[in-house]
Design a protein around this ligand. Structure first.
Ligand code: BES
Ligand code: ZN
Length: 443
């Protein structure tokens, strides 16, 4: 264990921020370190360059007649800003009260290394694995995995497998084994409202020229009604209703509205009426404005009509919504309500499909057995609000389902300052992976 923890601290020191081209070398160094680690365990490992960050594939000696498990993880991390909110530097891991504080500790380096260390422990114990194993680690998950889908298509036979496992989701509470059978998808779009050719004096021209900030605000405000429902025509057409068994099971889980209130610090929760907190976050689609700007942002006032205003949107999608269809509907909606006193520019960003699998499938049951061997109780069955778009691509391209065995706690602060991962979750993850290899091998 202490060797595994040392490895994790080393892994966390690489500032592998995928969105920043200045860090491209750090991603390569991080992937090289991981590759050396896997080779040291006796696996064969190949680092594949892509248009951006490398993909690492490692295997044991595959033998016919055994099931093949593919384990996926990502070694890239989110940016660290706002840096002044961190108690200690994000790439100098600090251990306090049994938790490791560092960017990527939970998302996803701690969970990825729990897979690797579980495999290492099995190899150390038996000298071999009970199944065929392929590790697939990428460095672009946090930027929408732009090169992984083409990589899957190009390496379909090299990556052929029977089942996939990922630890990149959450646990409903400390010590509660959690099996995730669904993820939300995502569709991103950016709007720019163009008005006058230059910023104008708002006294001289105000009243005769539409203000891009005002028009943009109307576009943003057009998304929801007073009950939190999204008003884009056709937006809910393909939404699979929450099933009664899901509502019943989720109502009995820890977490929910009180915890969300406490974790977020908002004065009051908000959301689509008629749905519980779990349903809203796991099984209902959303429309969010992730960034917005236009006009004067400095001190005091400046009387201008800005030449343009922008907003960045992301829509979280649920089965069976299709990102391409949603993006068409979103674009049509914004075009239809934009007055001709401005020009609307629509930029489509990245997207990913939602996912749902059968938790009672053969491998689903095997994963649940591995979870309850590790944490001695029945696993919670949940969906998650976050997105791992490659999971649906695995199904589409490799024809294989994915088991989501997350170890992230609700207060892990993923994507935020002071991200952290409990050492006990790392230890549990190592045991979980040993149990998983056995359960998949005998399923
Ligand atoms: N690990 C998360 C996804 C996640 C978070 C799943 C919480 C379940 C619960 C992943 O690393 C992530 O943040 N994904 C991005 C994907 C996007 C950039 C395409 C997300 O969900 O915003
Ligand atoms: Zn993430």
């Amino acid at each position: 264990m202490s060797a595994a923890l040392d490895d994790l601290l080393t892994f966390l020191r690489f500032p592998s921020i995928s969105t920043s081209s200045a860090h491209a070398g750090d991603l390569v160094n991080c992937a090289e370190w991981l590759k050396a680690k896997l080779i040291g365990m006796g696996l064969s490992a190949v680092l594949h360059p892509t248009a951006r960050h490398p993909v690492l594939v490692a295997k044991n000696q595959h033998q016919p007649g055994r099931p093949t498990l593919l384990i996926y993880g990502h070694y890239d991390v989110q940016p660290v800003d706002p840096l002044d909110q961190w108690i200690s530097p994000p790439f100098e891991p600090r251990i306090e009260n049994g938790r490791i504080y560092a960017r990527g500790s939970t998302d996803n380096k701690g969970q990825l290394l729990a897979h690797v260390s579980g495999v290492a422990a099995t190899l150390a114990k038996y000298g071999h694995l009970p199944l065929n194993l392929t590790f697939l680690f990428e460095g672009e998950e946090e930027i929408g995995s732009p090169n992984l889908e083409p990589f899957l298509k190009a390496h379909r036979s090299d990556l052929a497998c029977d089942i996939i496992a990922i630890s990149d989701t959450g646990m409903v509470a400390t010590g509660v084994p959690t099996f995730t059978y669904g993820l939300r998808g995502i569709a991103c779009v950016e709007l720019t409202v163009h008005g006058p050719s230059i910023d104008l004096h708002s006294g001289i021209f105000g009243g005769s020229v539409a203000n891009p900030n005002t028009i943009l605000s109307k576009l943003v405000a057009s998304l929801h009604d007073a009950d939190g429902r999204i008003l884009i025509p056709g937006f809910y057409d393909a939404v699979r209703p929450v099933q009664a068994w899901e509502s019943d099971a989720w109502a009995k889980l820890p977490g929910g509205a009180d915890e969300t209130l406490a974790l977020t610090g908002v004065p009051k929760l908000w959301g689509e009426s008629g749905y519980s907190d779990h349903e809203r976050r796991w099984a209902r689609p959303t429309a969010e404005v992730n960034g917005i700007g236009g006009g004067y942002q400095g001190e005091g006032s400046k009387t201008v009509i800005p030449r343009s205003a922008f907003a960045k949107f992301s829509f979280r999608l649920v089965p069976d919504q299709d990102p391409a269809d949603i993006l068409e509907k979103v674009s049509a909606h914004f075009k239809a309500i934009t007055p001709d006193s401005v020009r609307l520019e629509i930029k489509i960003g990245h997207s990913g499909k939602p996912y749902a699998m059968d938790p009672d499938s053969r491998f689903g049951l095997a994963a649940r057995r591995a979870l309850s061997r590790t944490f001695p109780r029945e696993p919670a069955l949940i969906r998650e609000g976050g997105s791992i778009p490659i999971v649906q691509s695995f199904r589409d391209i490799l024809g294989v389902e994915t088991l989501l065995l997350g170890l992230a706690l609700p207060d892990c602060q993923a994507h935020a300052p002071n991200e952290n991962f409990p050492i006990e979750n790392f230890e549990a993850g190592i045991l979980l992976n040993q149990a998983l290899l056995e359960e998949i091998a005998s399923a």
